[in-house]
Ligand binder design. Structure first.
Ligand SMILES: *Cc1c(COP(=O)(O)O)cnc(C)c1O
Length: 233
């Protein structure tokens, strides 16, 4: 076993154990939480090892890097999640290779993604990214909760998009517990009108336990599996 493989295997074991413990504590089945390993900044050789270690879902946040890795790993049975800020001029391209786009946060992206997805055999799964920043704050990404209904309606009208649920990132420097409790409320409201949109992508390396407790169905884990990234983001 190479050193890198041993390292990734050990980290994966730890993360899987954390998810299992959080599920046990919350009285949830571990089958209800999917691990999406965020491979941004790490090479395709790592993706290959991860797939061999049983990882099924990987996440990327930049178009160029994602497109290259998807092509380099085309032989692997992976589900690729696009989780990063989407520029509208890149969205159509992303829709040609991603299986899930988690960062749909404004109206303009719906048309672009739908256009990009129209050659696909299957619809593109999308999550609406909701902002958990206090209202009025100049936030980085995510739709204001009040705009979700309108966005969901636009996705519903798009031919090649399938609305799967919501995604969120806990705000920097704020209490993730409070943020995820708020998220659970937003999601409960959303499910009333969109009962099939059951996915909830929340939780990263530092806060996955809180996310699992508040109902996450997908956790996006980078550094706890791959190690720390270069600080150039
Ligand atoms: C990078 C990233 C993650 C993973 O973060 P870690 O703290 O390394 O686990 C999760 N979600 C999004 C949107 C990201 O950009």
């Amino acid at each position: 076993m190479t050193h890198r493989r041993a390292e990734l295997a050990a980290n994966l074991d730890t993360v899987r154990a954390r998810i299992a413990a959080a599920c046990a504590e919350a009285g949830r089945s571990p089958d209800g939480v999917r691990l999406v390993v965020v491979t941004k900044f790490f090479p395709s050789s790592d993706v290959r090892i991860l797939a061999d270690l049983g990882v099924t879902d990987v996440g990327e946040n930049r178009h160029q890097e994602a497109e290259t890795k998807v092509a380099e790993c085309a032989d692997l049975p992976l589900t690729w999640h696009f989780i990063g800020a989407l520029q509208s001029n890149k969205a159509a391209a992303v829709a040609t290779y991603a299986h899930v786009v988690e960062s749909l946060d404004r109206r303009k992206l719906v048309t672009a993604l739908d256009t990009g997805a129209h050659h696909r055999a299957h619809p593109l799964d999308v999550l609406l990214q909701v902002s958990l920043d206090p209202a009025g704050v100049d936030h980085r990404a995510g739709a204001e909760p009040a705009l979700l209904a309108e966005l969901a309606a636009a996705v519903g009208d798009a031919r090649m998009l399938r609305l799967r649920g919501l995604m969120a990132v806990a705000p920097l420097g704020a209490d993730p517990v409070e943020a995820f409790v708020r998220l659970a409320g937003i999601r409960a409201d959303f499910l009333v009108d969109h009962p099939d949109a059951t996915w909830l992508s929340a939780g990263m390396s530092a806060d996955l336990e809180h996310a699992v407790k508040t109902g996450a169905t997908h956790v996006r884990i980078g550094s706890a599996v791959l190690g720390s990234r270069p600080r150039v983001q």
